[in-house]
Write a protein that binds this ligand. Structure first.
Ligand code: MN
Ligand code: MN
Length: 306
């Protein structure tokens, strides 16, 4: 029986690439592992897997009675509904410790770095296992994606060191060019339904009992989103009603200008001003320097909702 390795709902490149890498490492260490994803892969991730010739993991959403390793999250809201019926063998992550608990001891590698792949790179090193060239390539891309080509405040020296080592193995010489290639794929929104864009990189949070959803779209130029912005605003309002949430926010992050426009659907629009000191107009606000949902946005809203 195979052990499944997967990350959060609405999978992103780190969740998928780190699941693949951890499954490779664990399999080589003697535990047969299969990487899976909790949903369809976003275009950026498909681009990465195709570029380095790695097969896309199957989609699997139920794990009752299975053994699993988790990557890139330990939050129940981002895990399968029946995760409590699975045996969690380990967690490799770079987020705040979530609310998952286990009945047996488990292996935990949770480091305050910019990407799960950075931790997995250290795990390969720890075990003295060589990283295959194609897996080094997708791990590198996961780091470039999560750290927004090293620009995110979540990026640490360890992420840069891991990237340099992985680039060497993968035979990549220009990291910036590879990063921009990825973010151009990520920026393509034409012909994509608003709901798909809202949910592409979306997470639900329980903030002191208040239901808050935060999505993020990272683009190389905010003007790419001009044509769809009204549809996105209408859709987060609809999503808020469907979910019975207090607030749904959508961050439109301009990775070159290094800031985010926040689209707001909320029972109390003042929470945005309380969190960021910026008065929204027309259901939106520009937040200079705000790039990371995890580091710049979630902690601020958690404080406001506490
Ligand atoms: Mn992630
Ligand atoms: Mn991550």
């Amino acid at each position: 029986m195979s052990v499944y390795v997967f990350g959060h709902k609405n999978p992103d490149s780190d969740t998928v690439c780190s699941a693949i890498a951890l499954a490779d490492l664990k399999s080589k260490l003697g535990t047969a592992c299969t990487p899976v994803a909790q949903g369809e892969l976003p275009p950026e991730t498909n681009f990465i897997l195709e570029k380095f010739g790695v097969a896309a993991p199957a989609v699997k959403t139920s794990f009752a009675g299975e053994k699993v390793y988790l990557v890139d999250t330990s939050d129940l809201a981002q895990l399968p509904d029946d995760i409590k019926e699975a045996e969690v063998l380990g967690i490799v992550d770079h987020h705040k410790l979530g609310d998952l608990t286990t009945s047996s001891p488990l292996e935990c590698w949770i480091w305050p770095v910019g990407c799960t792949a950075t931790v997995i790179n250290a795990m390969y090193k720890f075990h003295g296992i060589e990283i295959p060239k194609n897996i080094a390539g997708i791990m590198l891309c996961a780091i470039l994606s999560d750290t927004v080509i090293f620009k995110s405040p979540t990026c640490t020296p360890a992420d840069k060191e891991a990237s340099a080592a992985l680039a060497k193995i993968a035979g990549v010489s220009d990291l910036e060019a590879l990063g921009m290639e990825m973010f151009k794929v990520k920026s393509a929104v034409e012909g994509t339904p608003a709901r798909e864009l809202v949910l592409r990189d979306y997470k639900d949070f329980d903030m002191s009992g208040t239901k808050v959803g935060i999505g993020q779209l990272e683009v190389v130029d905010l003007s790419i989103l001009d044509a769809v912005k009204n549809d996105l605003a209408a859709d987060i309002a609809a999503l808020k009603a469907e979910k019975g949430a207090h607030s749904i926010f959508l961050l439109l992050t301009d990775i070159m200008k290094e800031g985010s426009e926040i689209l707001i659907a909320s029972e109390d629009i003042a929470v945005v001003e309380k969190a960021f000191g910026v008065k929204p107009a027309d259901g939106k606000a520009w937040l200079p320097g705000i790039m990371s949902r995890k580091k710049d946005v979630v902690p601020k809203f958690e404080k406001v909702f506490a």
